[in-house]
Design a protein around this ligand. Structure first.
Ligand code: C5P
Length: 225
């Protein structure tokens, strides 16, 4: 089945505190976003790649591509107000022959081949699948001034790519935006579909805070990536 990945990098990345969007910060000699696109191209050179960028960053990206001689084929869509709107813009560029779609955070450069494969395979079978990992820390629920311990085994940390049959995803994104839509699974679930869980990989971090950059540099040194 023809596959596509929509790589969302349409946010402002304010938590990083850097002057520009965090996806353009360099790790191991090139911008994070280039590593992310390469991870999918390495997995399947035939995958359609759609990159969602803030419209204001189009020229910056064009210049970076020249600077780093970056030639991986991809289409560009523009970011929207929320992640939801950015994904929706990306969906509009999918080629008609695409049957399965993964949606991936631009600032997650380390999805393993196993993570990507498992997610697309489960989506092909069941319609909707997402990679998760276990919670290692103890977990508490904040309740006003107080907090209460909860069973961490009952929770999972959610990663991307989140993978879907195209027709399900397209239908889900016809819904009105709701504030609890923090990922694609929540959008698809709102239509009544159940979401299959697959195994993610611990290196598949979302680079969010400055400390994540140091972790990402260290992970880059591993030959697996
Ligand atoms: O804000 P957060 O870290 O949860 O964003 C997750 C991903 O969604 C990031 O890759 C970000 O660039 C993307 N995003 C987007 N459009 C927005 C907001 C976030 O593409 N309006």
């Amino acid at each position: 089945m023809q596959k596509a990945v929509i790589i969302v990098a349409g946010g402002s990345g304010q938590r990083m505190g850097a002057p520009g969007p965090k996806q353009f910060i360099e790790i191991a000699g090139k911008p994070i976003l280039m590593h992310t696109l390469e991870a999918f191209y390495r997995w399947d050179a035939g995958i359609e790649i759609i990159l969602v960028l803030p419209e204001s960053q189009k020229t910056t990206w064009e210049n970076l591509k020249k600077t780093y001689s970056f030639n991986l084929p991809h289409k560009i869509a523009f970011g929207g107000k929320e992640r939801f709107h950015s994904v929706k813009n990306g969906l509009g560029l999918l080629s008609p022959e695409v049957r399965l779609v993964g949606i991936h955070d631009g600032v997650r450069p380390f999805p393993s081949k196993e993570t990507i494969t498992a997610c697309f395979e489960k989506a092909a079978e069941y319609g909707a699948a997402i990679p998760v990992i276990n919670v290692n820390d103890s977990l508490r629920k904040a309740e006003g001034e107080n907090s209460v311990a909860v069973n961490r085994d009952a929770y999972k940390l959610v990663q991307t790519p989140q993978c879907f049959k195209k027709e399900i995803l397209a239908k889900a994104y016809e819904q009105q935006y709701q504030a609890h839509f923090t990922d694609d699974a929540s959008v698809v679930e709102a239509l009544g579909y159940s979401i299959q869980l697959t195994e993610g990989n611990p290196e598949n971090i979302k680079i969010t805070r400055p400390v994540d950059l140091a972790i990402a540099e260290a992970l880059m040194d591993k030959t697996a990536f």
